[in-house]
Design a protein around this ligand. Structure first.
Ligand code: ATP
Ligand code: LTN
Length: 335
């Protein structure tokens, strides 16, 4: 890259029609704060999405929609490289090579693979198993320094580091060793399901009341938060064992910028009904301008196309340097 800022890479799968409040607070919102200080590369990782069966037309629609959601949340196309993963073929090329430098035993330990296999017992495909290797390729192709992700991705990132170390120890310094950049506890690190606050909020959750989507209508947001599972104590405080209330306090703190301690003071003496209503309203209010921007962007498909085409061109030229070096190192004849 042309300047000496550190490189950041991250991505989200277009595996649903909208990102969740978890994706937003755990990932995208943090990205917006990094765009001035770092060279940021943000990808819509459609190749990861097909590890779970997707309907083709829906995947196309969701991929474009996710790009618009990135921009609507404040990721500026002028400051960052925004692109669609399948547009840069070096991701698939490097993933194959790195597959040959990754052990079955390492992949067997991945908890996301175990969880997703349980969720989709009818389709435990090899791509689901080697998913973390494609993720490692995404990161290592750009000589990434930092990877901002939710805490659920920490294990994948550690594997990417292990693969990079292994490759470097054989061939010399080919890859930069990436570091995870994970938000602190309480700052949206892990937003939990509204219906089962011990499980993470996930866009592929079949229960629509478990998760808030970035594009949900304000009245739906308020309704879902009103129905959120809490406990029978009726005391708004942040304490171990109060997973439902802790989650709502985290959400409230993340959208308003008020610290959790101050939020607890604000709600002291409030009943859960009042507390949930105010959290719901705060979330809805925060999302309204994002939704408005999203609607405008989706009316301008040419603009979105110009962004992803330009992004793919720039990303390809950066990725090409790494993939050529890797090919030479492993002994391919580079034409
Ligand atoms: P899926 O349900 O399809 O597995 P997902 O909702 O878990 O998807 P990903 O595309 O896997 O979302 O994740 C995108 C980013 O959002 C990652 O950085 C991940 O760490 C973060 N993220 C996902 N869910 C949450 C959550 N509940 N809380 C905080 N961060 C999250
Ligand atoms: N595996 C991630 C999405 C993802 C990613 C990446 C994140 C794919 N490639 C590279 C950071 C860097 C997920 O499920 N959230």
């Amino acid at each position: 890259m042309i300047n000496d800022k550190q490189i950041i890479f991250s991505g989200i799968q277009p595996s649903g029609d909208s990102v969740t409040l978890g994706n937003y607070l755990g990932a995208i919102k943090h990205w917006t704060k990094l765009q001035d200080e770092y060279n940021c590369i943000f990808s819509v990782v459609d190749m990861h999405a097909i590890t779970v069966r997707q309907e083709a037309a829906a995947l196309r629609k969701n991929t474009l929609s996710l790009l618009a959601q990135y921009i609507a949340c404040g990721i500026e196309s002028e400051k960052n490289i925004l692109f669609i993963q399948s547009h840069v073929s070096a991701h698939a090329e490097l993933a194959w090579i790195l597959n040959c430098y990754t052990q079955m035993g390492e992949l067997n330990r991945m908890t996301q693979f175990k969880d997703k296999s349980k969720k989709h017992p009818e389709n435990i495909n090899a791509g689901l198993f080697t998913y973390p290797v494609l993720m490692a390729a995404d990161i290592l192709l750009y000589q990434t320094d930092l990877v901002p992700v939710g805490v659920d991705q920490k294990q994948h990132l550690e594997l990417a580091r292990d693969i990079a170390h292994r490759f470097n120890s054989i061939y010399g310094d080919v890859f930069t060793i990436p570091e995870a950049y994970i938000p602190e506890k309480g700052a949206g690190a892990k937003i939990m399901s509204l219906q089962n606050p011990t499980a993470k909020m996930s866009k592929s959750d079949p229960n629509p009341n478990a998760c808030i989507s970035l594009l949900d209508k304000p009245e739906d947001i308020v309704r879902k938060i009103k129905r959120a599972v809490t406990d029978s104590e009726a005391e708004v405080c942040y304490r171990e064992g109060k997973d439902g209330v802790n989650n709502l306090l985290t959400i409230y703190s993340s959208v308003t910028g008020i610290s959790i301690d101050d939020a607890v003071k604000e709600f002291s003496g409030s009943g859960y009904g009042d507390f949930k209503l105010r959290v719901g309203e705060a979330v809805a209010e925060h999302l309204i301008p994002i939704q408005k921007k999203y609607d405008d962007l989706m009316k301008n498909k040419d603009y979105l196309e110009s962004i992803y085409k330009n992004g793919a061109e720039v990303a390809s030229s950066v990725a090409r340097r790494t993939i050529n070096k890797v090919k030479k190192k492993v002994g391919f004849i580079v034409g």
